[in-house]
Design a protein around this ligand. Sequence first.
Ligand SMILES: [Zn+2]
Length: 260
Amino acid sequence: MGLASKPKQADVLVLAPHPDDAELCCGGLLLLMRAAGMSVAIADCTEGEMGTRGTVATRRREAAAADRILGTRARVNLKLPDGHLCDDERLRVALVRVLRTFRPRVLLAPHWEDQHPDHAAVGQAAEAAAWLCGAPKFDPRSARGIAAHDRPPYRPETVLYYNNRYGIDADLVVDIASVFERKLELVLCYGTQFGPGKKSAGKAPQTKLSSDRFIDFLRAMHGFYGFKIGAAYGEPYCVKGPVAVKDVAGWLGQAPQSAK
Ligand SMILES: [Zn+2]
């Protein structure tokens, strides 16, 4: 779907450098949000054409399979060049446009530090875009495209930065134990990229991500974050700035027996 088609608003928008990052890094939270009745949109910034394994066509099919499991409301591809993303005007304008289209209450973006430069670039540009999309006169050169009458300025209420390749110093960890196996299903939709994919990418070279050990790593990594909060599996996120708590009971969960 292109952005030229009718805008669809969503409660949550994931900015993903490549098709597969949303599921790999946020799949647990997204499944929980869907179970709570929230709508999810995903904006893949590139088509993953630089990937060692698979092709643009296989990645599209894999993303579609993941969308069917997740019940994604909308998924767009910004078709920016894989491997060449920088926190620059082009990326910021593209992110502002997609933000004003979907108008999510919650924005999920990559952590601003990552070994993969595309991930770091999207994380840094996302912070800027989350502010710029509320500035009515932002980028008059592209006003026709990004400040169109049906995409007025707005800002997301919450921006969460998701995990990078080797782990972040999490500000919050979501208990995803109840959906962890389904998260793995989402991840394994990308058969050319993750897990034992020898069959699904022909003679393409093996990578760390396509080895059997990657699934073991995912269990261990989510177990590590889960342990910090007393859960079997957890998904880590960082925030910048203060976290607003408007619903104390909802934030703290069920009150302890001693308080009753
Ligand atoms: Zn990626």
